[in-house]
Design a protein. Structure first.
Length: 153
């Protein structure tokens, strides 16, 4: 019985084919998972960017409205005191209000840029982790394939 057994050879060949397809299937699944996680990550980043933009636009609108109210209030106060708001100290006070508003706008713009940089770094970090995970899964699949071949040699 030490001779060639065609049934054993056929089972061995079938096992090898199954062994070949499993790592390749796992690799394909890992790539699909990676692509899906990347798409989800980018979609979340886009949604966050849109939310940040809406919040920024709303803050800008509120700042402009507050400036209009402050200017109107100051003009009314100057008018009640008989001071011309377009000359001298009245003009200086109005200019100060505008400068405060502009400084607040610049501060909000810096915050918005920092948020966007943070979001971009977060996306890049998560993308890197996903890529490392994919590489590990591919390496594991290769190791499984090599192990399945080792038993035949």
């Amino acid at each position: 019985m030490g001779g060639f057994n065609p049934i054993t050879a056929a089972i061995g060949a079938a096992s090898t084919v199954v062994g070949l397809s499993k790592p390749s299937r796992e690799k394909h699944e890992a790539q699909q998972n990676y692509a899906a996680s990347q798409a989800e990550l980018l979609q979340k980043a886009q949604v966050q960017h849109q939310q940040d933009r809406i919040e920024s636009d709303e803050a800008s609108r509120l700042r402009k409205n507050a400036l209009k109210r402050a200017v109107a209030k100051q003009q009314a106060a100057f008018g009640g005191q008989g001071i011309d708001a377009t000359e001298g100290s009245g003009e200086a006070v109005m200019l100060g209000l505008f400068q405060e508003s502009e400084a607040e706008k610049q501060y909000r713009d810096r915050l918005d840029r920092l948020k966007q940089q943070s979001l971009a770094q977060d996306v890049n970090a998560k993308s890197g982790r996903n890529l490392l995970s994919l590489r590990k899964e591919n390496a594991d699949a290769r190791d499984g394939f090599v192990t399945s071949l080792d038993r035949y040699f």
